[in-house]
Design a protein around this ligand. Structure first.
Ligand code: SF4
Length: 300
């Protein structure tokens, strides 16, 4: 079978080993060298171009249906020593009796042990199920519903995992959001940072109101492809007396957008977290739902 292997950045070092293993089984193996940011980012176009019958997508769980080519998802689970960082996190969670616990796919198998550990310290642990995720307690950068759905019963959120990208997706959660990183050993309360992002989002919304021409960004990545919404935004902005064009690419590179001098603002219909890289462009960048709200305000 002709297969295309696809790895997220952190697993690309495994490519040669996995390619060798699959070749020994009699497959013809190709490896995608494009960046891969999530399960939304399955290399369907590359697979079609090289005539692959199957994609083996490492490191993420299934996110959407793909019709054009068979996709096998190979999750990558990591065992960490969670106790030291959780002891530290408990100091931040003294006031919280009921905790909404969440993690990424890599640590999902540790969740039962983490739950027992926290329960042994007198906490009530709540674990929700996300809209786009496969496992209970699993969050994505664009799907915090595993947590948001249980926040009426929880006093705080505890995110267990590497970095702060996922917990900074906990938009709209007013209770304490604590991130415990087993790799660095850091424990951070992220509410101030979440509020700063929200202020920034509102500031860009106001600036977008002054824009005359909008570039509407569409990514061709299968799980980010929202051409229907892009057309809806274009239509709404034009009815509000603004000019707009739809800009299509696989990877959206905010730096290279600078050459499109005619746009005063960008509307993002791709990964909903893309706008947080606003420092890479001098123009405001707002998500599609905000653009629709803005167009409605401008028409009044
Ligand atoms: S859309 Fe963005 S946040 Fe969601 S899985 Fe893809 S890269 Fe991650």
């Amino acid at each position: 079978v002709r297969v295309l292997l696809q790895f997220p950045e952190g697993l690309k070092s495994e490519a040669l080993k996995e390619a060798g293993r699959l070749e020994k089984e009699g497959n013809e193996v190709f490896v995608s060298a494009s960046p891969c940011y999530g399960a939304c980012d399955v290399a369907v176009d590359e697979a079609k171009k090289i005539g692959a019958e199957k994609i083996v997508h490492f490191g993420h769980s299934k996110f959407m249906e793909i019709e054009e080519v068979e996709v096998e998802y190979k999750e990558h689970f990591i065992e960490t020593d969670f106790r030291p960082v959780l002891e530290k996190a408990l100091a931040e969670l003294k006031e919280a009796k009921a905790i909404a616990l969440a993690t990424t796919i890599q640590h999902i198998r540790q969740l039962p042990q983490i739950r027992r550990f926290l329960e042994s310290k007198g906490k009530t642990i709540l674990i929700g199920k996300g809209r786009l995720t496969r496992f209970d307690g699993q969050v994505l950068g664009c799907d915090n519903s595993a947590v948001a759905s249980i926040m009426d019963k929880a006093d705080a959120v505890l995110f267990f995992g590497g970095g702060v990208f996922h917990p900074l997706g906990m938009r709209g959660i007013k209770k304490p959001v604590i991130a415990a990183d087993p790799y660095s050993g850091a424990v951070r309360k992220l509410n101030a940072e979440l509020e700063r992002l929200e202020r920034r989002r509102r500031a860009m919304f106001s600036k977008a109101g002054e824009a005359k021409a909008f570039g509407i960004l569409v990514s061709t990545k299968p799980g980010q492809f929202n051409i229907g919404i892009a057309k809806q935004v274009k239509d709404a902005l034009e009815r509000a007396g603004r000019r707009a064009a739809i800009l299509v690419s696989n990877e959206i590179n905010l730096l290279s957008l600078e050459n499109f001098r005619s746009f005063d603002c960008y509307v993002n219909t791709a990964c909903p977290r893309l706008w947080e890289d606003f420092e890479l462009t001098r123009k405001p960048i707002i998500n599609a739902e905000d653009a629709l709200e803005l167009a409605a305000l401008l028409r009044r």
